[in-house]
Design a protein around this ligand. Structure first.
Ligand code: PMP
Length: 393
């Protein structure tokens, strides 16, 4: 028989298996009794009746799909409404909705980093930002994690336009980026022009592009996001991306920023132009969740309080964890194998937790990743802590 063109895949699979790093899918039954600290439904809205009804109503009104790309047939009044309300809630002039946060990040980075530009990217950034850097025509400099001085040094080397790209809350460890210092580094990279006819034109500062996937709904007044909390929302040199799939319990993403920047994305971002518009059901669910968030601002504070409680209780038991800045609580595991065993023990005891291992974590540190939810009761927090401690033994 002819040799398979996929032999190399089988070789990779064997190597993965030898290293104990095989990933498998585990379909979740609708009636799962697991206590879920693995998903990103930070506000407990994914199954909220108003959110599911928002999805159903949108599907009935607009159909099961958007029918085409946004520039052809896929823009509905529902998309426009969601964009207006998202921008308004987060304090930005304009918003553009995408079919995922991943696509939104690819759009923001590629469309804002043309040939000859510099992208300064935090080493801890999410894969979607990394992929945006890889696809962009500009040159990327990866800088040390959460290090504004390294950002300044990198910006000194630029010859053309520059953007600084960072998660607001890093997805693996749940730590926050130093947004105020990053914004200052961006602005200090500019030089005022000389006045008068023969004066030199000066040079603009760098733009700050923030991925607020884990900040929206959790950080800032009532969950208005990390840019809002840092006083950067609506600034002329700041662009934020969000996902609709975490605190808003839906699916999709968005880029928020000055209107002329959003107009540029409509005309230049390939993941906007060539992708089918966000499904109406996802837009309807996100809009309903956003309205709930506005009416019930206490949800954001509750998610943060649950995260802090998990952190304090687990570290009091001697576990090593990162102090959470939002809803993600990262607990260190001694090895990839032990992380896997630990997560499996938790699951057997009725608790779903995330398990992050190399190569998803480039620093080689394995972790249990817990996500706080606003709808967890104190009793459920007690139970989760008990299971995690017991499962470690
Ligand atoms: N950015 C960050 C920081 C994320 O954690 C994620 C989701 N894992 C994304 C972007 C991608 O968002 P989406 O799932 O909506 O594609």
């Amino acid at each position: 028989m002819a040799r398979s063109p996929f032999e190399w895949i089988d070789e990779q699979a064997r190597a993965r298996s030898r290293a104990g790093l095989v990933r498998t899918l585990r379909p979740r039954p609708a009636d799962s009794a697991l206590l879920d600290l693995a998903g990103n439904d930070y506000l407990g809205l994914a199954r909220h009746p108003e959110v599911t009804e928002g999805a159903a109503r949108a599907a009935r009104t607009w159909g099961g799909g958007a029918t085409g790309s946004r520039l052809v047939s896929g823009s509905t009044e529902l998309h426009a409404e969601l964009e207006r309300e998202l921008a308004g809630f987060c304090g930005f002039e304009s918003a553009l909705v995408f079919s995922s946060g991943y696509a939104a990040n690819l759009a923001a980075v590629t469309a804002l980093a043309p040939h000859g530009s510099l992208i300064v990217s935090d080493a801890g950034n999410h894969a979607s930002l990394i992929d945006g850097c890889r696809l962009a025509r500009g040159t990327t400099q990866v800088v040390a994690h959460a290090d504004p001085d390294a950002v300044r040094k990198a910006l000194d080397t630029r010859a053309g336009p520059a953007i600084v790209v960072s998660d607001t809350v890093f997805s693996v460890d749940g730590d926050a980026a130093p947004l105020t210092a990053l914004a200052a580094a961006c602005r200090d990279a500019g030089e005022a022009g000389e006045t008068g006819e023969a004066g030199k034109p000066g040079r603009p500062g760098a733009a700050l592009v923030l991925d607020d996937a884990h900040g929206l709904g959790v950080i800032g007044d009532g969950g208005r996001g990390a840019a809002w909390a840092a006083g950067l929302a609506g600034a002329p040199d700041v662009v934020t991306t969000v996902t609709l799939s975490k605190s808003l319990g839906s699916q999709g993403g968005a880029v928020l920023g000055p209107a002329h920047v959003i107009d540029h994305l409509v005309n230049a971002a390939r993941t906007f132009i060539f992708d089918t518009g966000l499904a109406p059901a996802a837009a309807g669910a996100a809009l309903a969740a956003l309205r709930l968030l506005r009416e019930e601002p206490e949800r954001a504070a509750r998610a943060r309080a649950v995260a802090t409680a998990l952190y304090e209780r687990l570290t009091a038991e001697g576990l090593e964890a990162v102090r959470p800045d939002a809803a993600v609580v990262s607990v260190r595991a001694p090895s990839p194998e032990q992380a896997l065993r630990w997560a499996a023990e938790c699951r057997a005891a009725g608790l779903a937790v995330g398990c992050f291992r190399p190569p998803s974590v480039p620093d080689g540190i394995s972790r249990l990743r817990l996500t706080a939810r606003a709808d967890l009761t104190d009793g459920q927090v007690d139970r989760a802590v008990g299971v995690i401690i017991e499962a470690r033994r």
